[in-house]
Design a protein. Sequence first.
Lengths: 573, 249
Amino acid sequence: MADEIKTVETDVLVIGAGGAGMRAAISVNDAGLKVVMVTKSLLGKAHTVMAEGGIAAALGNVDPQDNWTVHYGDIIEEGVYISDWRMAEFLGKEAPERVLELERYGALFDRTPDGRIMQRAFGAHTYRRLAHVGDRTGLELIKTLEDQVLHRDITFYDEMYITNLLTKDGKIIGAFGIKMTTGEFFVFKSKATVIATGGSGRVYKVTSNSWESTGDGIGMAYRAGVKLRDMEMIQFHPTGMVYPPGVKGLLVTEGVRGEGGILLNSKGERFMLKYSPQKKELDARDVVARANYKEITEGRGTEHGGVYLDITHKSPDYIKHKLPAMYQQFLEFAGVDITKEKMEVAPTVHYMMGGIEVEAETERTNIENLFAAGEVASGLHGANRLGGNSLADILVFGKRAGDAASNYARSASLTDVPKEFIDREISYVKGFFKEDAKNPYDLIDRLTSCMSDNVGIVRDADHLKKAIEIIDGLKNEFREVGTKGMIRYNHGLLGCLELSNMLISCEAITHCALMREESRGAHTRSDFPKKDKNWKKNIITYLGADGKMTYEVQPVDPMPKEYEQYVKPEVYE
Amino acid sequence: MSNDIDIKVFRFDPENDKEPKYVDYKVPYVDGMVVLDAVRYVEEKIDPTISIRWNCKAGKCGSCSAEINGHPSLMCKTRVDEIGKNITVAPMAAFPLVKDLVTDISKNWEIARKIPLLTPREGLEKPWRINPKDVERSKEFKRCIECFLCMDVCHVVREHFTPYFGPRHIVKAASWDMHPLDGLDRSKMLNDEGGMGYCNITKCCTEVCPEHIKITDNAIIQEKERAVDRKYDPIAMVIKNRRKKEKVM
C-alpha cells in the first residue's frame, strides 16, 4: 500500500521554534504572509528556554555611557577580529529595540530603582548591559514569543522531524518531515525557508545543551549545498556542573560571577587574579574556561574534577532573589545549598559560534531562498561569543531573516515536489528498519566521547587526526545502524536520523580545527599556542562536487575606516 | 545505594496493542541518578521503541512529565535515592495517550488562545517605567515551565468533562492580570468561559508544581475573589464605586 503523504503549502516555512524561529515567524505574520513553523520538540521547549543570564542590549539604563559602538567594539574584540562586522553593527544598533519590543509583548524584566529595565554585568562586556529576568531570562523570552505565536495566525507543527530540505534547480522548494506523534509523512512546500534549528552541542559528551541540539539544521543545509563557516569555533562555558554524573555539564549561569561569585582551586587560591588580573572572573568565556581547565588538569581541582565557584559571601536573601534557579538547581540535583556551600564547576560545551554562512543584512545563505538565524548561523560571534549576545542574536537576526524571507516570498511562487523526491525520503527513513542493525546510541556514545576526548578545549594535531580516523570509521558503521518497531515516536529511528547530522558537524568541526594552525578565541592549539595574523580568516566548509567535504579559507571582510575607532587594534605577539 | 533498580514502565500503543501493560526493566544504579536517567537507559540499551519525551534534562523545559509511583512529577528532577529502587512510571492520565509515556497535550494550546494577552493601559509613556516591587507578583507565575503536571493532578480536569480551563491557564491569566501595566480583568471570563467555579481549591496543583508556584493561593483564589467581587457582591460594588468617585473629586 502506498504511504499516505500530507502536503502543506506556505509562503514561508520556518524550521525550528526557539527564539530565532518564533521571532522569524512573527515577522512573516507581520508582513501579512502565510507562515508555517515546524519544530522537533514541543512548542515552547526549545533550547532557548535554558538561557539564564540575560539579553545583551546597549540600553544604557544602568551605565549611560553605553551605546551601540561600545557593544560593537566588545563583539569584534572578543570575537578576536573574525566576526562579520556588519552583523556586529546590526546587533549593537537593534538589540535595544528588540528588548523593548519583547517588553511590549509581555516580558517582565527586573527593574532599576527608578523603574527602567535593569542591566547586569557579564563577562567582557564593557558596561552593565544584560537585561534579565532573574536567572530565567530564556524562559521569559520563549514563553513571551510562544504567546505571540499562539495568538497570531501562525500554523505550527510540533514534534515534526525534518529529514531533508528539498532542492530543485538551485532553490529550496520545501522540506520533508515525519510527524513523530502519528508517524505520518509530511511534505512542506514553501516559497522561502528559514532554518533556525540551533546548534550541535550534543556532539560532545559533556554539554549544557538540550537533547535536540544535534545539528539537524547544519546537516540538512550541508546536504543541500549550503556553505558553513568557522565550524571549529566551539564555546566551552567555564562553569558547568560536575556532580552528580547525571547532570554533568549542566549550565551554571555566568550570572553567578556577574553577581560577585569567585573561582577558587582546591588550595583555596583565587586563581583568576593570576590569569586575568584586570577582568578576573568576568573575563571572556574562553579565558575563564581555559583557566578552569588548567587548574583542573594541573592537579588543583576538586574531588569531582572541577574548581570551586563561591558566592557564599553574599547574603542568602540576595542569592535567592538574584539567582533563584541556580539555588534550586544545586539544592535539587546535587544537595548543595549555594548560600552556604561552594559549587563545584568545570568547563562544558555550550555554544557553536560557527554554522551556516549568511549575508548580514538578510541572513540569506548561498541559496537565494534559504535563510538562517540564531545559533545555526555564523558570523556574528567570530571566535568567541559574549554572554547575553545569543539572546540578542536570535531576536535581531530572527526578525531580519523573517523580514527577508517575506520579501522574497512575496514575488515567488510554489514549485511542485517531484514524486521521486518523496520516494527517496521515504525509502531513506524506512531503510533504518532492519534486523540485526547496529544500535545508533552505541555509535552516538562513541562519537561524543571521541569529540570530548580529542576535539576539546585544548587541541593538537595528534588528537585531531585521531578524531578524524574515529569519525571516518563511524561514518562507515553508520550504514549498518537501524531500529525496529514502527515510525511513530521511535527514538531509535530519531537516533539514526540525528546521527547522520551529528557526523557532518563532527567532521567539519574536526577538520577545520586541524586546519586552523593557531590559537584564537575558543580555538586553542597546544601545538600552535599563538595567534597568527595569517589566520585572520574564516574557514568555509561545503559539500564538494565530488561528494566530499571541501574547505576554503577566505579573508575576513574588513570594516570601514570610520568604524575602526570603536575597536582596539588587533595585537600579535 | 548500589546495585540495580527495578523499574516498571507503562507500555501501550493504542493503535496496535489490545491493552496496556507494565514492563519490568533492570537498570544499573549510578550515584545521584534521576528517573529520566533510568528510562533513557532502557531506551538506549534495551528497547529503542519505547516512547518517552524529554529535552533539557535540567528541570527547565517541562517536557518529561509523568506519574512516578503514582505521583505527577518531572522524570528529570526525581532522584532515585529519594524514592527507592522500586519505581513505577506511567504517563499523565489527564491527557490522551499517544504511546507509552507520551501524551497529547495540544488541548492546552486551544485553551491558551482564549486568554487575552497583556493589554497595556492606555496613555502609558514609553519606554515603560515599572516599580521594581510591582514586578514581583506576576513574576511568580512567570516561573511556569508548562509541564502541565498541575493539569494532570487536577481531579476536575482529569475526571470530569467540564469547561474548566485548569490550573496552568488560571496561572497564565493571573500573570497578565497582575502585570503592573495591564488594563484588563480576566476573572469574569475565567469564571464564565473558563469554568473556574469548578475548582474546589483542594490545592493538589500547588503540591505538584516543580516551580513551587502557589497556584491555588496566589492565582486561583485571587482570581475567584475578583470574579465574585465583580459578579455577586453588591456591597463590594458600592465600596468600589464610592472609591472611584472620591478619586475623581
